[in-house]
Design a protein around this ligand. Structure first.
Ligand code: GLC
Length: 395
């Protein structure tokens, strides 16, 4: 699978998530790929990370898509919708103008621990530093350290019900209606020339729980990487920022769960998606809180305990749509991987093993698909989709 989806272009090597539907390079996908490849071929893992970090925007922000090749009838997916319109306005060639959650620093740290390649860290650390500096300077409000996204796609969960209310969508709606709203957001983003602060206040600004929790874990990894490079000033700078973000993350806690926060309506977004379990991954909870979260939600059949684990939206949510709902119910291997490691962090090994087994069962039953029906295990969406490879890292 990883070999089949590997591409070489303009001196770079990367992996496409799915040859037919996703023929470009995506930011968090490539972090997943590097994690998978770290078990198989460390040189390829490094090449993947180098490639995805090779096209920062002038602001320093790492884009969520790099369109390596020229557009054509075969590979025009999303380009006309997401790429060129925005790219032109933002003055960047060959990339999108949005970002995605970063696991890049944590992934780089992982690769470093495997063979202590300092030159890789030396090359990528300044690129990542610019990305996180951009986020801290342009995606925050006042002295609140939380980072805001300007478009649902930046969460990595394009049509998640977390963004329905902010976009004026009802809990149940068609995929086309959802896409139209996100394109509307892109035109708004373009109209304010991607001045993020303006976009965030005027149109759409969400302190997304997934994005911010992964931002926090990557800031910690940045501090560790600077320490490895014996740069104690920058290590201290990142450690301090990580502490501030950790404090700010507490403000996302509302009625016992970590929810996203909408800057425009000034409200928590009380929709239960798999993201409520990410605090386990980032070790934000004490043991009692972790046990309660798991008992009340992960092990409850009216919430997330479906025959195939773990649905991306709780069964009890009105937006739950397991048949083709994309991020509105179907199981994604990426979410399972985060939750597996979150459970391991709290010593819940048995449950973690159940999640791993469910991921394996889905691969056995339906192969490497983009998502799966949480009740039947039927595959949905893209074929030959790479994320299933993450089970190799559930160990
Ligand atoms: C979809 C997913 C997103 C992923 C992309 C490429 O848009 O929602 O998370 O990065 O596909 O796989």
């Amino acid at each position: 699978m990883m070999n089949q989806n590997r591409r070489q272009m303009l001196g770079r090597q990367y992996t496409v998530p799915s040859p037919e539907i996703y023929p470009f390079q995506w930011f968090w996908d490539s972090c997943f790929h590097a994690i998978i490849l770290s078990h198989l071929d460390i040189a390829a893992a490094k090449a993947e990370l180098m490639s995805v970090c090779s096209r920062p925007l002038p602001s320093g922000m790492l884009p969520h898509i790099i369109y390596w090749d020229e557009p054509g009838p075969e590979n025009n997916w999303g380009r006309e919708l997401r790429g060129d319109v925005i790219t032109q306005a933002f003055g960047t060639q060959g990339t999108s103008s949005l970002t995605q959650p970063s696991l890049a620093a944590a992934t780089l740290h992982r690769l470093y621990t495997l063979d202590t390649d300092r030159s890789l860290v030396e090359t990528l650390l300044p690129v990542l530093d610019r990305h996180f500096t951009y986020l801290a300077e342009h995606r925050t409000f006042g002295d609140n350290e939380l980072v805001y996204i300007i478009n649902p796609d930046e969460s990595g969960e394009d049509n998640s019900p977390r963004f329905d209310e902010a976009q004026g969508l009802p809990a149940y709606h068609s995929a086309i209606d959802n896409l139209e709203k996100r394109i509307e957001r892109m035109h708004q983003n373009t109209s304010c020339s991607f001045d993020a602060k303006q976009c965030m206040s005027q149109y759409f600004g969400v302190a997304d729980s997934t994005f911010n929790i992964l931002y926090y874990t990557d800031l910690l990894a940045m501090a560790d990487l600077f320490e490895i490079m014996s740069d104690s000033d920058n290590a201290h700078r990142y450690r301090t920022r990580a502490d501030q973000v950790q404090q700010a993350l507490h403000t996302l806690r509302h009625n016992g769960l970590y929810y996203s926060f909408d800057h425009v309506t000034k409200k928590h977004i009380e929709v239960r998606t798999w993201s409520i379990f990410l605090p386990l991954y980032a070790k934000l909870l004490n043991d009692v809180e972790a046990q309660t979260l798991v008992k009340d939600y992960l092990c409850d059949q009216t919430q997330f305990a479906t025959p195939y684990l773990i649905p991306t939206t709780a069964v009890a949510e009105p937006s739950y749509d397991p048949q083709g709902g994309f991020w509105r119910g179907p199981v994604w291997h990426g979410a399972n991987w985060f939750i597996y490691h979150g459970l391991k962090n709290y010593g819940m090994d048995e449950l973690a093993e159940t999640v791993r087994q469910s991921s394996l069962d889905l691969l056995g039953k339906s192969g490497f698909r983009e998502q799966y029906h949480p009740m039947t295990g039927e595959g949905q969406g893209a074929q030959n989709f790479t994320w299933g490879g993450l089970v190799i890292d559930m160990c």
